[in-house]
Design a protein around this ligand. Sequence first.
Ligand SMILES: Nc1ncnc2c1ncn2[C@@H]1O[C@H](COP(=O)(O)OP(=O)(O)OP(=O)(O)O)[C@@H](O)[C@H]1O
Ligand SMILES: [Mg+2]
Length: 247
Amino acid sequence: MLKVDHLYKSYQTGRAKYEVLKDVSFEVKEGEFVAVMGPSGSGKTTLLNCISCFIPYDKGTISLKDVNLSKLDEKQIAKVRNEKLGFVFQDFMLLDGLTILENVCVPKVIRKEPYKQMEAKAKKLLKMFGISEIEGKYPAEISGGQKQRTAVARALMNDPLLILADEPTGNLDSRSSEAVIGAFLEAQEKLNATTFMVTHDSFSASYCDRVIVMKDGKIFTELVRKGGRREFLDELLTVLKDLNGGE
Ligand SMILES: Nc1ncnc2c1ncn2[C@@H]1O[C@H](COP(=O)(O)OP(=O)(O)OP(=O)(O)O)[C@@H](O)[C@H]1O
Ligand SMILES: [Mg+2]
């Protein structure tokens, strides 16, 4: 599904070149829920932005269902972003002047689909995430957790191949975080959605099938969940402790 191969990325500041991603390779399979963890500055957001084609990279390839993204032009990239990728940002990015239902419809509006059709689909998603009752409200009138579930519903509107999320539970309390993770799990279970999520929160990550741990722009280790969530959380916490202890 997603294949990142020998990816290198550096930022140029003045005369200094700063290497952020150094030979990063991994794959995400269809229907998999994968988290990326690691210390602040280890390159997680940069990695996500490279996959989203928001920023250029120096070397390596990123392919989505065997399509090499680096070979595409601007117009093709815009099409991939709208049709193949779903985004969930930390600060939700909902449009204040639109209702919840309308916000969820936005990706389809861009594609100029018939209104009835998109409304039916949006309503189905709202129902799936248990937020049907707020469909007529505006973002300012709903809770953080509801906003985030709205954002997940919107990300799923075009049946994306891949959902990319940067700290989707970053601003939320533990109950709302659980609701957001629940929304991803629901999408995985019912729609076979594939999710790639950056997070600092081991609790959220413990629900994933796999966790990629980054350090200094490289993959430090990858953990696959074999048993229950609690054991996986313990395993994650041990690895993260090692990671920080080794600095
Ligand atoms: N536009 C930029 N120009 C120059 N340096 C940048 C830029 N964006 C990020 N960096 C640097 O690249 C490194 C990695 O940043 P990145 O945002 O990918 O880290 P992160 O792992 O997402 O951290 P956090 O957990 O704090 O969100 C940091 O040292 C950061 O200062
Ligand atoms: Mg970040």
